[in-house]
Design a protein around this ligand. Structure first.
Ligand code: FAD
Length: 391
């Protein structure tokens, strides 16, 4: 076993830290002000997000995990994982816009499965942050049980005709196109009957923005006889469900890295705060009732770290995202659950300030609460883990 981080990844992390200080930190205050100002419509903050994305793409970080041929740096999953962790650990809301995964608006590796003649229209502009996309799988009647979707696609001569509705789609209102999952063979469903398509924005209608506990507000999408050319298929016809599961599995290292980074941010903030804040004549940190929960958080964070790095290493070594499903579920489950507890302990150490919107912890706690539900809720991860036990 070699636990060292390759030197070139360490150099890239340092360059990314410089980028965050130079390009993200100065914009963070403006972003937070728009977000929490009198008008809390998140779309007002979109120009700031777009600017960070573009600058990060120009600097080579945004789509680093894609192949060089399409504007990336061929960065390994481990390298990407470490950049995601660093972005989250910076505590800057905008930093997560600077790196594509785990943000579904950014260039998905699924786009590499489009026919190459479609790359200039879809893949390259998203990699360069000139366009954004969304990943549309969930439906009102099919969330955890994603193979139960009812959106249908039928081939009509040289066009696919798509009908159905999606909901809770991140970046749904702003995306230039959607990767849409639809049933193409109702008998086969998950086993060869669901296909992934690229659907341009002018072929679907955006419904309500779905405001929720987190700061990420998804949207409804409606497909009423949406028509797309026959070649707008991601991968093979009928293999969309496997593509989705493989993509989500590979992405578990990134969601884990996000949870890990946010947990580190919470612990660092709370540690600093309890050293300086006094009560009963001494710093809060001098009370074991305050310091022990933070010590427990340190234990959780180190356990999370090695789950995340190990998963990233396995994806790099083995490539096959489905083969590592058990580890991927363990990592998603453990990191999101534990990071939430770390944030909750940090909030408690802050007292009233922990609950305040202008404090550092409140928004992180809400975000982590969301991560326990999206991309396969914790119970769905336990379901997969139980299956690996033969249960
Ligand atoms: C902010 C946000 C952003 C999102 N972004 C996207 C996106 O970009 N694209 C997309 O396609 N989807 C997206 N989603 C949808 C998300 O992936 C689903 O909400 C999630 O998969 C859960 O599905 P559900 O909400 O239908 O809950 P349900 O499937 O109804 O589940 C409800 C509860 O039952 C539990 N449960 C279900 N089955 C079992 C079981 N067999 N055993 C034990 N417990 C079970 C679940 O764990 C959950 O706790 C987003 C959701 C939110 C809230």
């Amino acid at each position: 076993m070699d636990f060292s981080i390759p030197a070139e990844i360490t150099a890239l992390r340092e360059a990314f830290a410089d980028f965050i200080d130079r390009e993200v930190r100065p914009r963070e205050e403006e972003y937070a002000r728009i977000f929490w100002g009198a008008n809390t419509d998140a779309s007002n903050a979109q120009p700031v997000v777009d600017e960070v994305r573009k600058r990060s793409a120009e600097a080579g970080f945004y789509a680093a995990y894609l192949p060089e041929a399409v504007g990336g740096q061929d960065l390994s999953v481990l390298g990407t994982t470490l950049l995601v962790e660093d972005a989250a650990a910076s505590g800057l809301r905008l930093a997560m816009a600077a790196i594509a995964p785990p943000n579904p608006a950014g260039p998905s590796t699924l786009l590499l499965k489009l026919p190459t003649h479609l790359w200039p229209e879809y893949l390259l502009p998203v990699a360069a942050a000139h366009k954004t996309m969304c990943f549309a799988l969930s439906e009102p009647e099919a969330g955890s049980d994603a193979q139960a979707i009812s959106t249908r696609a039928v081939l009509d001569n040289d066009e696919w005709v798509i009908n159905g509705a999606k909901h809770y789609i991140t970046n749904g209102a702003d995306a230039d196109f959607a990767i849409v999952f639809a049933v193409t063979d109702a008998e086969k469903r998950a086993a060869g009957g669901i296909t992934a398509f690229v659907v341009p924005r002018d072929q679907y209608r955006v419904g309500q923005t779905q405001y929720n506990l987190s700061d990420s507000h998804p949207a409804e999408l409606f497909f009423d006889n949406a028509r797309i050319p026959a070649d707008h298929v991601v991968g093979e016809v009928g293999m969309g469900f496997l593509e989705a599961m493989s993509f989500l599995n590979a992405g578990r290292a990134y969601i884990g890295a996000q949870a890990l980074g946010l947990a580190e941010f919470c612990l660092n903030s709370a540690t600093e705060h309890t050293r300086s804040r006094t009560a009963f004549g001494k710093p809060l940190a001098k009370f074991q009732g305050v310091s022990f929960p933070l010590a427990r958080s340190k234990v959780d964070i180190e356990a999370m770290r090695w789950l995340v790095y190990h998963l990233a290493w396995r994806v790099d070594e083995e490539g096959d995202a489905l083969a590592i499903m058990g580890d991927a579920s363990i990592t998603k489950y453990a990191t999101t659950e534990w990071a939430y507890e770390v944030a909750d302990r940090a909030l408690q150490a802050y007292g009233g300030m922990g609950l305040m919107r202008e404090g550092p912890i409140e928004r992180v706690l809400r975000h982590l609460r969301m991560l326990r539900v999206v991309e396969g809720a914790s119970e769905v991860q336990l379901l997969v883990i139980a299956r690996t036990l033969g249960l």
